[in-house]
Design a protein around this ligand. Sequence first.
Ligand code: URA
Length: 210
Amino acid sequence: MNQAAELAQLYLSLKNDASLGKLPLARSQGDIVPGEGSPTAEILFIGEAPGYQESVDHRPFVGRSGKLLRQVIDQIRLLPEQYYISNIVKVRPPDNRDPTPEEIEAFRPVLNNEIAILQPSLIVTLGRFSMAKFLSDVRISQVHGRLHQVVWNEQHQYVLPMYHPAAALRSTKTKEQFVADMEKIPKVLCWLQEQRETETLQEKVAQALL
Ligand code: URA
């Protein structure tokens, strides 16, 4: 099965769980806001949870903060085939409150499966909830815009934590930092590509020396 089919199947089974009442927040399959983007994306953006507009359109990041995110994505000239956008929690919490630990836990397997299917070169976390999935005991104000290598699911994974675009809409300074951090993405991608090429070369040399 290819990645597109695997993602489709993943969301089919999540919607099924929602209609069976097995998930918090969701009363029917229409409440699920699936991840969206290229199944072969090199970048995975992870937000917090859908808001009102997302719950109406059934698409992540299409409200005010989503417009900012997508505008900056265009500004840094990422192509649609390069990225995928998802959330920690796939259903809108009432009154846009923070997701609870139980809700995050309930949606953890589906996000883990998304990551396993996409195998992104880079995960960009938007806000403290998605950051906390990969980095513990850190403050977003101290680590935003800094590339981290973490061990996730027994594999090395590069993570770039950022402020949530909703926070950027509330403060001019945070918006400047958010945009500056997003502007680092193309350079990070080039660096990751160089790393992969160096590793391949090293493997070839090691094999030749055997
Ligand atoms: N905020 C999020 O974290 N996710 C969305 O999809 C929309 C707003």
